[in-house]
Design a protein around this ligand. Structure first.
Ligand SMILES: [Zn+2]
Length: 90
């Protein structure tokens, strides 16, 4: 007869409550209760695709750059030079 049998006031320790017998008193790791179906998995991933970066053509130097940003190639924005772009050494 185990020591705690018959004692209705003290619940068993949490360690023993969650223990699932998989042999040699090992504790089983928490696992998903059910398999996620292919359809549910793929619906979750339907938002994970990376979108294209939208670019506009610079009217000054005709390079592609981000809209509403200073052109990193010529330093122009809204028809005037706002930053000095360093010339790359060849
Ligand atoms: Zn430019």
């Amino acid at each position: 007869m185990p020591a705690r049998a018959g004692n209705h006031k003290d619940p068993p320790p949490l360690f023993e409550q969650i223990q699932i017998n998989i042999g040699r008193n090992e504790i089983m790791a928490p696992l998903p209760k059910r398999k996620i179906s292919r359809g549910r998995r793929d619906r979750r991933r339907s938002h994970l695709a990376i979108g294209k970066v939208h670019l506009v053509t610079c009217p000054q130097c005709h390079h592609k750059h981000l809209p509403h940003h200073v052109c990193p190639y010529c330093g122009y924005y809204a028809g005037r030079e706002v930053i000095q772009v360093e010339e790359k050494e060849k």
